[in-house]
Design a protein around this ligand. Structure first.
Ligand code: F6R
Length: 366
């Protein structure tokens, strides 16, 4: 059942070219300029005309929500707030006529997310569910939604659900951006074309597995880890840190790279591994200076870079390459090496990666 892999987590990491493809199946066709989500029809106009989108989720799904904040603001020009479901439900949140709620949940059973939906519904909001498990409580409680179609995720640490969530949320943002005209026709086609190539690019990103085993060997005894990213890759830094802490029990924190000098820089010394997500996007020059700041304090830099980047190679102790893609879709590639790094470190530390201590696959109590 693990398909020859030693753990479900590794199987699910390697399944991502397929699960992402499945999340797009029958939905994207770049050559026809076609993009459609069958589950979002009746309330499609509500989404297109939303004055604000409120995203509610927990954990890794909340990280996918943070990526969606960049996607919807960039592509569809809709203001977005991303809320921890557990915080949202116990506030007295303001929900107005033009607001739309998107709930993201792999299991569709997370108690806080479900309660957040019920609260938002009681205040008149329209709810779109983005779930993996068909027929789950959250999918039933939503007015409309889109399934991930990623297939069952067994490993407690979420991997293929995250990439399918980002893929579905990107499709939603692109549909809205196209309808609203906040992206041009050529930008629309370029995004669809890039989406279609993502599965093969993920396949390529997975080829760094052997190199990551070697890197894991070097860092398996670390006490702490810092993850830095900017823009679309800031949520990926949070996700990388969460993956590492939950399965290897190494303390890890993710930060937007520029926040480093507002505190965490004090932690950097020759013992501190710093994983920097540094693809060649709009923040490239800025993140290069962040790498230099870490190096100046003897921090050990592992950088995730765009294929062919030689500049960062000269500065970082290790560089892991991912293929180039549209900036908005980069999280689908940059998260792959971070999943693998956490997996290998955890295995080397003798941890039970599929069932980490104290964690449950779906958190049905608050
Ligand atoms: C992290 C992880 C958790 C879940 C969170 C939400 O790897 O698995 O943080 O992401 O419990 O679960 P869902 O998406 O089922 O609502």
């Amino acid at each position: 059942e693990k398909g020859g892999y030693p753990h479900f987590m590794l199987k699910e990491i390697f399944e991502q070219p397929k699960s992402i493809k499945d999340s797009m199946r029958g939905r994207v066709n770049a050559s026809l300029g076609h993009l459609q989500l069958g589950g979002i029809l009746q309330y499609a106009n509500k989404l297109t005309n939303a004055e604000r989108i409120i995203i509610v989720a927990c954990g890794t799904s909340w990280h996918a929500g943070l990526v969606a904040e960049y996607l919807f603001e960039d592509i569809a020009r809709i203001p977005v707030e991303v809320e921890y479901a557990s915080e949202f439900r116990y506030r007295n949140p303001i929900i107005r006529e033009g607001d739309v709620v998107i709930a993201i949940s792999q299991s569709g059973e997370t108690a806080d997310t479900l309660a957040a939906i019920e609260l938002a519904k009681s205040k008149g909001a329209v709810i779109f569910g983005v779930c993996n498990v068909v027929g789950s409580s959250i999918s039933r409680a939503s007015h409309e939604g889109a399934y991930l179609h990623a297939g069952p995720e067994i490993g407690v640490a979420s991997t293929k659900a995250f990439t399918a969530q980002v893929s579905v949320l990107a499709m939603m943002a692109i549909i809205v951006g196209n309808k609203k005209g906040t992206i041009t026709e050529s930008q629309y086609i370029a995004l669809l074309t890039e989406l279609e190539t993502i599965p093969q690019k993920v396949e390529k990103a997975l080829k760094s597995n052997d190199q990551i085993v070697e890197i894991a060997e070097q860092f398996k005894d670390a006490k702490n880890f810092l993850y830095l990213g900017r823009g679309y890759n800031f949520p990926v830094a949070l996700e990388g840190a969460l993956k590492l802490k939950e399965i290897s029990y190494i303390h890890a924190e993710g930060y937007p790279a520029a926040e480093m000098k507002h505190g965490p820089i004090a932690l950097i010394d020759a013992e501190m591994p710093v994983c920097v997500i540094a693809p060649q996007d709009n923040s490239y020059e800025k993140i290069v200076s962040n790498i230099q700041e870490v190096r100046a304090r003897k921090g050990r830099v592992i950088a995730v870079v765009t294929e062919g980047d030689t500049h960062i190679k000269n500065m970082a102790e290790y560089t892991i390459e991912v293929p180039a893609t549209h900036e908005a879709l980069m999280p689908l590639l940059t998260v792959i090496p971070l999943q693998l790094l956490s997996y290998h470190i955890a295995v080397m530390r003798g941890c039970n990666v599929d069932q980490p201590r104290n964690l449950a696959k779906s958190v049905t109590v608050e």
